[in-house]
Design a protein around this ligand. Sequence first.
Ligand code: SAM
Length: 233
Amino acid sequence: MTTTPPHDTAPRFFGRRKGKPLRQTGRGLMESLLPRLAIAEPAPGQTLDPAALFPASCRALWLEVGFGGGEHLAWQAARNPDVGIIGGEVFQNGIASLLGHLERDGATANVRIFPEDVRRLFPALPDACFERVFVLFPDPWPKTRHADRRFIGGANLDQLARLLADGGEVRIGTDDAVYKAWAVEQMAARPEFEELSSDRSVKPADWPQSRYEAKAIAQGRAPLYLRYRRKAR
Ligand SMILES: C[S@@+](CC[C@H](N)C(=O)[O-])C[C@H]1O[C@@H](n2cnc3c(N)ncnc32)[C@H](O)[C@@H]1O
């Protein structure tokens, strides 16, 4: 019988953890590179200094939630070597894909990976530690009965508002009709954020294409690119 430890109050994760069996290269990276970059799951009540995860001092810390294949994260890491980027992802094939990008680019020093449900990391992190948070093409869960599984909303926005520094930015991309309206509404309801995008269909130059975004565009769906500033506390 599987038991849940009494301290385990993290919400359930409903997405996929595994896809096709990893190829030899992916398996190798998961065994050799991931242990060097992985953030261990914090114990209950533990606090973590995210800056101390990186070997050199960083001018800022960024977080990417659900980085998928890691195209966006790897691009940002290569172009912003003085920023420490933490990526959270549960999908093993996505983590292996990010590791492949990082190894090819030689950009591993400023990336750390939480290979689990990122919500399990949140309680250990200090207030105002991130300058940027990316939530790109989150699983849309379009059925109304699954609305509480959508990442943008409720307790997750409480955490993002807490973790973002004053003036920090959250970027949300989505191509799903239901999620577009949902994300705009959820963010508009939060007093901690103000919208930065004047045209939601336009993407800033420093927002590279992710795998899901490319797929959506190829299938004829026009994404929204939402940007919000964390107001001063
Ligand atoms: C639709 S995919 C988008 C991936 C990527 N951002 C992109 O744009 O290509 C959503 C990803 O978020 C991940 N994800 C969803 N909830 C998560 C959570 N709580 N913690 C970590 N990863 C999560 C899923 O495993 C999935 O890979």
